[in-house]
Design a protein around this ligand. Structure first.
Ligand code: T1G
Length: 707
């Protein structure tokens, strides 16, 4: 599109209205900044124009710089001639008129204007830190001048979106229009009202709020300490703080130069490349390349959940949290009552922590309706089965749902591994059946693994993916295989971590390595949280189905001894009453030694890297098998699942992106060596061998057609 298409200038009642029109989110793609500069200069030169309005076409103001341009080496306009600088120097007042989003460079453009107004539903933010960089368009220098360094640090270091009313209170916005007001008309009227006002209120001239830093010299170190755990191994959050610090210690132009230096340190960092990759991988996962385009999802106005246990309750909350009325049923009134109590308790905890208002808790609870019979679910648009993870329990549920649910209702299962086709076969409408696998806690974890049955219709699959987005999840498609994609790719990791104990590791050593890598918790501590009895049941099922299944005697021994984890006060670790802190337990070391002696396994010491690679390479290998079997569309979908299902550190991009950083040949060669040393479980996947032979990165692997 030419600059004039991307940005156009019109004059209305003495006001020059500059409209940015770069769908879908008015990103500052090549031609957009240049177009704004051209329009500004024309408006400045036009005597018929007394003031200027900057507004976005479509659904938003400006969503920021075009993220696809980063890392491409594309030259950026030098300081002094960028759109922010031209706005800042404009001789006529410019009003930013904001709807939808003003994010990143979009908000920085608004900050370089003289005034900012918005509709109530608008949101503003500087989310650059979330993609591993920092606001490079003057935001780190202007925002502290406008709202003070403390509030500016909160926005810039967290990257959070700020709703218009709060932005008004903070001082970012000069006005928020009334509900339903026409933004363009409101902006023109506002521009007319200030057209003659001089001097022009340039943000760079505001220094009063910077006094906050002088009054609190410890401000920046306090923020650095407050983010230490969350920003572990990352650079961008700390550079954000340094940039804001510069705003409080340097004149504006020197501060802008310092901002550029700090930005340049980040743009091509591993952290930024990984976070940019994750951003686009999440959006790519929503695309179903083998389904016809343009399929409309079924409308979901009401939902139902079968099973009021931990998962069923969390799923019901997921609907209520996003305004969807949901009915919930369990096998007995007592079980249902327990489920409702758990839901109330979960919400009450959020209210107690201050993350949820009491009124909002009441509104959400009012959307969750316990019911006594299947017949009470009949007119729901969708139902999710979340009963006990046994086929003998699930089959009759699916038969009952088939009897009662209205025609066209979507019938989903939350099963984490069981055969979707077998469940669909219990109904007369297998095309309406699919898996929607939530991750615990279901109302918190973002991943929704959509599992396609052989007969799931395209409309059913599109509807399941749309449901994910509707309830704030990140949906990703999986083929119907044991463990689907997320848990199947994770299974070798879960085995290998225990096998390492047979060879000389201790749980706390493995956990330290994985926490240092960036996981919020070590895998053994996570096991204690989830319950070791659940893993043992899964191993029994797999061993019954596969005589070659590699058993885990140490893990089985703990379960035999009743050490299920936090719920029994001891598992891989010991727990003090009422305290969830894991403590290394000499009893576990004794159990390990006893088992090792019985197995006669040679002992060795491990480097941190070997522990890390033994766990993650095992899963990379399984991920290759999943791709070659056509059970996932793309390697980046597996990354999305690891980011949002297992807490893989986002600044490393995802399992496969991280493996690409090591190199497909190096990964292959190490796996081949472990194949020689440890046997068949380490046999390199065929796809891995093929990728290594051609040097093709994992993220460019061609998956087999989804089956
Ligand atoms: N650049 C390029 N493409 C973008 C984009 C961006 N900034 N934002 C969105 N897209 C694409 C996205 O990939 C998808 O493409 C489509 O638009 C719809 O997006 C100088 C350096 C605005 C809240 O970080 O947070 O400014 O999949 O599905 O759910 O200091 O998009 O359709 O092909 O997400 O309604 C800072 C990133 C950039 C904002 C809308 N800005 N975007 O969410 O739609 S760095 C951001 C978002 C910067 C300056 C710095 C969200 C959204 P496709 P979507 P949505």
């Amino acid at each position: 599109m030419s600059e004039t298409n991307l940005v156009r200038l019109a004059t209305e009642a003495g006001i020059g209205v500059i409209t940015i029109d770069n769908p879908p989110v008015n990103a500052l793609s090549p031609g957009v900044p240049e177009g704004i500069i051209t329009a500004l200069r024309a408006a400045e030169a036009d005597p018929a124009i007394g003031a200027i309005v900057l507004i976005g076409a479509g659904r938003s103001f400006i969503a920021g710089a075009d993220i696809r341009q980063f890392g491409t080496g594309r030259a950026r306009l030098p300081l002094g001639s960028r759109v922010y600088d031209v706005l800042d120097a404009c001789a006529k007042p410019v009003v930013a008129a904001i709807h939808g989003y003003a994010l990143g460079g979009g908000l920085e453009i608004a900050l370089a204007c003289h005034y900012r107004i918005a509709v109530p539903s608008a949101k503003v933010g500087l989310p650059e830190v979330l993609i591993g960089i920092l606001p490079g368009g003057g935001g780190t220098q202007r925002l502290p001048r406008l709202i003070g360094p403390r509030a500016a640090l909160d926005m810039i270091v967290t990257g959070r979106h700020v709703p218009a009313p709060e932005a008004r209170t903070l001082g970012i916005l000069d006005a928020v229009l009334a509900d339903g007001a026409d933004l363009r008309a409101g902006a023109i009227a506002f521009a007319q009202s200030i057209a003659a006002t001089r001097p022009l209120p340039r943000v760079r001239d505001r220094t009063d709020r910077l006094a906050e830093a002088r009054e609190d010299p410890a401000l920046f170190d306090t923020v650095r300490k407050s983010i230490a755990r969350r920003a572990r191994n990352q650079k961008a959050p700390y550079n954000c703080i340094l940039a804001v610090e510069a705003a409080c210690t340097l004149p504006m132009d020197a501060g802008l130069a310092r901002e550029q230096e700090l930005f340049a340190e980040l743009e091509n960092s591993d952290e930024a490349r990984a976070l940019r990759y994750a951003f686009f991988a999440e959006r790519e996962a929503a695309k179903l390349p083998d389904l016809p385009a343009g399929i409309a999802p079924r409308e979901i106005r009401t939902a139902a959940v079968i099973g009021a246990g931990t998962m069923g309750g969390g799923i019901a909350m997921s609907f209520a949290d996003f305004g969807i009325p949901v009915r919930i049923l369990d096998s007995t009134p007592e079980a249902l009552a327990r489920g409702m109590d758990r839901i109330r308790s979960n919400y009450a905890t959020s209210v107690r922590r201050g993350s949820l208002a009491q009124e909002e808790m009441d509104r959400r609870l009012a959307r969750i309706h316990p019911v006594a019979a299947y017949a009470d679910l009949a007119d729901a648009d969708l139902v999710i089965e979340a009963v006990f993870e046994e086929m003998d329990v699930k089959r009759p549920v699916f038969r009952a749902l088939d009897q009662v649910m209205k025609s066209g209702a979507l019938i989903f299962s939350n099963t984490s591994a069981l055969d979707i086709d077998a469940l669909a076969a219990e109904t007369g409408r297998p095309d309406d059946v699919a898996g929607t696998h939530f991750f615990s806690p279901a109302n918190v974890m973002k991943l929704l693994e959509v599992v396609r049955g052989t007969q799931s219709s395209p409309e059913t699959l599109v509807s399941a993916m749309a449901l994910g987005r509707k309830i704030g999840k990140i949906p990703a498609m999986a083929g119907n295989t044991d463990g689907f994609v997320a848990n199947r790719s994770r299974a070798p990791f879960n085995s290998e971590m225990v096998i390492l104990l047979e060879e000389g590791c201790l749980p706390e050593q493995v956990d330290r390595v994985m926490v240092d890598f960036g996981y919020p918790m070590g895998p053994f501590a996570v096991g204690d949280l989830a319950g070791l009895d659940i893993g043992a049941a899964d191993r029994r099922r797999r061993a019954a189905a596969n005589p070659n299944y590699r058993t885990l005697p140490i893990a089985d021994r703990l379960v035999e001894l009743g050490r299920y984890g936090q719920k029994t006060g001891a598992g891989w670790y010991r727990y003090e009453k009422g305290d969830r802190t894991p403590h290394p337990d000499p009893e576990v070391a004794r159990i390990i030694a006893e088992t090792v002696a019985r197995l006669g396994v040679a002992q060795k010491s491990f480097t941190d890297q070997e522990i890390l690679h033994r766990l993650l390479f095992a899963s990379v290998n399984e991920a290759c098998r999943i791709l070659e079997e056509g059970k996932a569309y793309r390697a980046s979908d597996i990354d999305v699942m690891w980011l949002h299902g297992f807490g893989f550190p986002r600044y490393r991009g995802g399992l496969m992106f991280w493996a690409d950083g090591i190199g497909v040949r190096a990964v292959h060669d190490q796996i081949a060596a472990w194949h020689q040393e440890h046997g068949e479980r380490w046999a390199p996947a065929r796809l891995l061998t093929d990728l290594a032979a051609t040097g093709t990165p994992f993220r460019e692997a061609k998956a087999a057609p989804m089956v």
